[in-house]
Design a protein around this ligand. Structure first.
Ligand SMILES: [Zn+2]
Ligand SMILES: [Zn+2]
Length: 252
């Protein structure tokens, strides 16, 4: 059995949990350590159950709280070398471990598959977390799906997958033009339509549950996302990770 949930999701902070009975991992620590501790308590996740943390890239919404979190808990945190070197110094933990994208890191009975993706960071990575033949993907901050995202999504039974913005809302919205262009570029974020087209083509018959994640607060709504993905609701379960609080604890 594998459990998973969103502790935080969106440009205001990201943190995702995947775990088995014996251990768990976190992907990203993008809120303050204090907020993550509170939210973990709300979800009944014990700190000593977390055996490793993986950081996807150096943007603040993915690593803002990691230095304090690691200082207080001593939990090992993994970065790619370039991500660590390009992170803002006050965010960097004093103790860390390095991986090379493509590495598979064994954490107890969990395998964390690390891989590179397209996003405007120094060495953006995502993770497919596997245990006992079941895989959960944590795939956010994707400019456009590359072969790696495609190959790993195709092996997932469940995934957090970015559905960042509604295209009309972005272009009609109040972001400055350069920011609109950055979000929509192939190293920015996925729109609802891009996410829908990708998932409808790549999800396998084994795929059971999609959690749409990293929604924009400015350029998207739950209603837009749900109506876009409605045609897939007969194939698998669909949920949305909230920007303001935790999700429920899901189980596969
Ligand atoms: Zn982000
Ligand atoms: Zn980012």
């Amino acid at each position: 059995m594998i459990k998973y949930c969103s502790i935080a999701s969106g440009s205001n902070g990201n943190c995702y949990y995947v775990g088995t009975k014996s251990e768990g991992v976190l992907v990203d620590v993008g809120l303050t350590a204090k907020q993550i501790f509170l939210r973990m308590a709300e979800l009944h996740i014990e700190l000593n159950h977390i055996k490793a943390i993986f950081i996807s890239h150096e943007h603040a919404d993915h690593m803002k709280g990691v230095r304090v979190f690691v200082k207080k808990t001593g939990i090992p945190v993994y970065f790619s070398k370039k991500t660590f070197e390009n992170a803002w110094n006050p965010f960097r933990p004093l103790n860390y471990r390095l991986f090379t994208p493509g590495d598979i890191i064994q954490i107890g009975d969990i395998q964390v598959h690390t891989f590179k993706k397209n996003h405007d960071a120094s060495d953006p990575c995502s993770f497919r977390i596997e245990s006992n033949g079941k895989s959960i993907g944590v795939f956010t901050d994707i400019g456009e799906p590359c072969d790696n995202v495609t190959a790993h999504f195709a092996q997932c039974h469940s995934a957090f997958f970015e559905s960042n913005y509604d295209e009309e809302m972005l272009w009609a919205g109040k972001y400055p033009y350069h920011l609109k262009k950055r979000v929509a570029s192939n190293v920015g974020h996925l729109s609802n339509k891009q996410a829908f087209d990708f998932v409808s083509q790549i999800a396998s018959v084994e795929f059971k549950h999609l959690i749409l994640s990293h929604l924009s607060g400015e350029n998207n709504t739950h209603e837009k996302v749900l109506s876009c993905f409605e045609p897939l609701s007969g194939r698998f379960g669909i949920d949305i990770a909230s920007r303001s609080g935790v999700s429920e604890m899901f189980e596969l």
